[in-house]
Design a binder for this molecule. Structure first.
Ligand SMILES: Nc1ncnc2c1ncn2[C@@H]1O[C@H](COP(=O)(O)OP(=O)(O)O)[C@@H](O)[C@H]1O
Ligand SMILES: [Mg+2]
Length: 286
């Protein structure tokens, strides 16, 4: 099962502009369980395009994507139940406006479960459970999603996908536009979900601190090519980071600076501020 990309390319055809190839010849596999993947790369590198292939929202123009045992290729196949694939892999869009359309938050969150034949009572319970999970209280259920702040809209769109209980969760920049505390809180939530349910989580983000702290695997896109697939520990030791338009996490930057400036024998590869502080204490108390 899982998701398997085999030499996938995608070209957008456009009437106004010239055609544009967004991703090139991508081969990779994602397991149904245990993975916490961060998909990173500069703006326009193809991240959203790749993510939209993961639940057959977009079809490859070359190659195939296998999702939960179903092969998706260039043409829409009348026999394929694409809804089942979208239940298997839940995708939260980069822009919540594309996902929210009902007149109340509750109806919006209930839409997914109802679509998958869940009873209205259970869908209502799911809505309540999911809105709390994303850190909003139940008073939000009766509000109009369009009158919410950007961060609140984002949380509601995430609740809508959680309510469908997919095997794999794909989140396109779920923490952008949130305050630092909100970012951590949501990352913690995704990590909790992954640890408690063993579901695989795929997150697109530009925040290298969060990538280093949370990811078990990183995928890097550069100009539509998959240039790296491995652990964050290996990634942040690579010399090509700048050519891939990526920066180092703050902890590594600061510790490398201290190491050079004061000739300290410390290991700069610390994932959190707490670990970094401990490393400095260890070295300076010798
Ligand atoms: N619907 C579309 N039609 C034409 N080009 C598109 C379309 N969507 C995205 N692109 C182009 O494809 C490239 C990759 O876009 P995208 O996957 O959104 O990148 P990212 O999410 O990494 O910023 C960009 O250059 C973008 O302009
Ligand atoms: Mg994007």
């Amino acid at each position: 099962m899982g998701i398997h990309f085999r030499q996938v390319s995608h070209q957008y055809f456009s009437q106004q502009n010239s055609d544009y190839q967004a991703i090139y010849d991508i081969t990779l596999s994602i397991e149904d369980q245990h993975e916490f993947i961060c998909l990173i790369g500069h703006t326009g590198s193809g991240k959203s395009t790749l993510a939209q292939h993961m639940n057959a929202l977009v079809f490859p123009t070359k190659g195939t994507v296998e999702i939960a045992g179903v092969l998706v290729s260039q043409k829409r196949d009348k026999k394929t139940d694409y809804n089942r694939l979208r239940k298997h892999v839940g995708l939260v869009f980069q822009f919540p406006e594309y996902q929210l359309f009902e007149e109340t938050v509750e109806k919006d969150i209930m839409f997914g479960p109802l679509n998958f034949k869940v009873s209205p009572e259970v869908a209502k319970e799911k809505a309540l459970e999911s809105i709390r999970l994303v850190g909003l209280n139940e008073s939000y259920l009766n509000r109009n999603p369009f009158n919410l702040s950007g961060g609140e809209k984002k949380r509601v769109s995430i609740a809508g996908i959680l309510a469908m209980d997919p095997e794999i969760l794909v989140l396109d920049e779920p923490t952008s536009g949130l305050d630092p505390q909100g970012k951590r809180q949501l990352m913690r939530l995704f990590k909790d979900i992954q640890e408690k349910t063993n579901k695989t989580v795929v997150i697109i983000t530009h925040d290298m601190d969060l990538v280093y702290e949370y990811a078990t695997r990183t995928l890097v896109l550069s100009d539509g090519n998959l240039v790296f697939d491995g652990t964050p520990d290996d990634l942040f030791r690579r010399e090509e980071l700048a050519t891939w338009s990526l920066s180092l996490p703050q902890t590594i930057r600061v510790l490398k600076g201290l190491k050079e400036q004061f000739h300290l024998e410390l290991n700069p590869y610390q994932k959190t501020v707490e670990e970094a502080v401990r490393e400095i204490e260890k070295v300076t108390s010798r």
